[in-house]
Design a protein around this ligand. Structure first.
Ligand code: 4UV
Length: 556
């Protein structure tokens, strides 16, 4: 059977084989294909106090941090964990590592100690940057480390004046040293890993995603050429509160705006009033959001108290945005257009995107736009053949932004890569005759809570260590009021549960899990005690059946 391969309608961009640092902040003219920007332009602004890092300032700090890392014996190819809220120090740590060729492995600030310890162990991190706010949890995480981390390899993400008294650790400014030449990754070396975020992919536990320099430069070039963010150096300002530890915040707020010459206002997290204040004060034009936050902006009485008329474009990604929500948002905030991007950690991330111009020309809301340049796509049926034109199928993609593989996990890499270099997304999409795509289902195990990943296998493994449980199955249920999925657990108790005990056990399991995981993984969708988890003869959880049952029960 011939394959049905869809190509992007947009022209293929030039793909440079250079390091991500040379691409974004080149020292020499002509190294990067990007437009040259004035080095005194602001690159990142601290949204709380206005401290500004210019492009030249960022380059200098990054090279001095690279010098400091070398002085500590941290070298090209080593891995450094980064655990903290967005801040100028977080930005400096990331660019410093990229300049030194040190692989960044960022962890979500909400992680529990065991979760961050797992990532530090699995990634083989030999240094870690930590936000002082997270130090109590970090000290607990240190107890679970398989390799000791000397205090000199723990660097605090704060300014010297905010360093906790008597801390055994230095803060970032204290390890800055003489600037060094950045590592130049060209040719084959641009296939070296630059970044390692964690993602569960289509199945199992979170795995280290090896994103290379070439993956990044290809993605950023593709986004530049598609120009879907419609952002430039003349007055545009990007809002940066989405965690830079997640691929969405990483690509679209840590890296991409510098390629457009637009500054990013950095905020540690989403807090409604500081976000609104920052939009007003810095005349933010571009907001990066997820659907539950779009809903929040729509209904919040606080939006009327601030002048947020500078907003021109909001991007939604990470989870489906319904046409109704998009339309209601645009009606409430005239002049502000909502566009959608779709992609995943393993694809760095963008696969498809809508353009502002598409929306202004009456483009369809609820769809995720067209294939970005550099990608090829197939829509594949369960039997491995391609779906008829217009019919849904699992999206398989091929392109230079698809990750190198999962760290230390050849089996998981092989499972997700099909013959011919096709990467299976685990999402079911349709494509119309104009080349627009829509996400209609998900065949992988993943649950998304407000855009964040929740791996059912991780919660199931945890539940099996609960003293009163012998089996568990976790699936996502969709909550229409909060426009997000939520994890719901079906559990089997070791001993029969009397009527009077049922509620107490459910509450206990919910609280027990909540005490051990990041807040986005809590069992918000509920816990149900059952006699058995539905399984196939080979012992695999019948997730489709469980998901259907869970949704019906959740809604009733
Ligand atoms: O790996 P991950 O956590 O990655 C993301 C990526 C988000 C974005 C955001 C803006 C973009 O422009 C972009 O390109 C990517 O969340 O989770 C990947 C899974 O999340 C679901 C889908 O199941 C992916 O496999 N997902 C991501 N974006 C969308 C989505 C969307 N727009 N609509 C529906 N599902």
């Amino acid at each position: 059977m011939p394959l049905t391969i869809y190509e992007s309608e947009l022209p293929a961009p030039y793909l440079p084989q250079i390091s991500i640092f040379d691409y974004i902040l080149p020292g020499l003219q002509g190294v990067s294909p990007l437009q040259e920007f004035d080095p005194s332009l602001p690159a990142f602004i601290d949204g709380r106090d206005g401290t500004t890092l210019t492009r030249a300032g960022l380059r200098d700090l990054a090279l001095r941090l690279a010098g400091g890392l070398r002085a500590l014996g941290i070298r090209r190819g080593d891995v450094a964990g980064v655990w903290g809220y967005n801040s100028l120090e977080w930005v400096n740590a990331a660019y410093g590592c990229l300049a030194a060729g040190v692989v960044v492995s960022p962890a979500n600030y909400a992680y529990a100690p065991a979760e961050v310890a797992h990532q530090l162990n699995d990634s083989g991190s030999s240094a870690v940057f930590v936000d002082p706010e997270l130090l109590p949890n970090f000290e607990k995480a240190r107890e679970h480390l398989s390799r000791p981390l000397p205090p000199s390899r723990v660097i605090l993400l704060c300014r010297p004046e905010h360093k906790p008294a008597n801390s055994p650790y230095k803060c970032l400014a204290e390890i800055l040293a003489d600037p060094v030449e950045p590592e130049h990754f060209d040719g084959v070396a641009s296939n070296e890993t630059a970044w390692m975020s964690y993602s569960s992919g289509t199945t199992g536990l979170p795995k280290g995603v090896m994103t290379t320099h070439f993956n990044f430069t290809s993605q950023l070039q593709a986004n530049n050429c598609s120009y879907h963010l419609d952002c430039g150096p003349n007055g545009d300002v990007v809002l940066g509160f989405l965690p830079m530890s997640h691929i969405y915040g990483l690509t679209i707020s840590l890296l991409q705006p510098l390629t457009f010459g637009a500054p990013v206002v950095v905020l540690p997290r989403f807090d409604e009033i500081p976000v609104l204040e920052a939009i007003q004060k810095y005349k933010v034009t571009h907001g990066l959001l997820v659907p539950p936050l779009i809903l929040r902006f729509l209904h919040s009485p606080n939006t009327a108290k601030y002048d947020i008329s500078s907003m021109r474009t909001i991007m939604s990604g990470g989870a489906p945005l319904s046409p109704e929500l998009a339309a209601a948002f645009e009606k409430k905030f005239p002049g502000c257009v909502s566009i959608q991007g779709y992609g995943m950690t393993e694809t760095t991330p963008g696969i498809t995107a809508m353009k502002r111009a598409d929306v202004l020309a009456g483009g369809r809301q609820g769809w995720v736009g067209r294939l970005l340049p550099t990608y090829q796509a197939r829509l594949v049926l369960p039997d491995g053949t391609d779906a008829a034109r217009g019919a849904p199928g699992e999206l398989w993609v091929r392109g230079p932004s698809v990750m190198k593989g999962y760290h230390n996990n050849a089996a998981a890499t092989a499972e997700t890569m099909a013959l011919g270099g096709w990467f299976r997304t685990g999402d079911v999409l349709v494509r119309d005759e104009h080349g627009w795509y829509k996400v209609v289902d998900r065949v992988k195990e993943l649950i998304k809570y407000k855009g964040f990943q929740v791996a059912p296998a991780e919660l199931e493994a945890l539940l099996l260590t609960h003293p009163r449980l012998v089996d568990a199955g976790v699936v996502g249920v969709y909550d229409a009021a909060e426009v997000t999925e939520m994890p719901r657990a079906y559990v089997v108790a070791a001993e029969s549960v009397g009527k009077g005990e049922y509620e107490a056990l459910v509450k206990d399991v919910q609280a027990w899990v909540a005490a051990r995981v990041a807040q986005h993984k809590k069992l918000r969708g509920g816990v149900v005690v059952v006699d058995a988890i539905p399984k196939s003869p080979s012992g695999k959880i019948l997730r489709k059946d469980l998901r259907k049952r869970a949704q019906a029960e959740y809604e009733s």
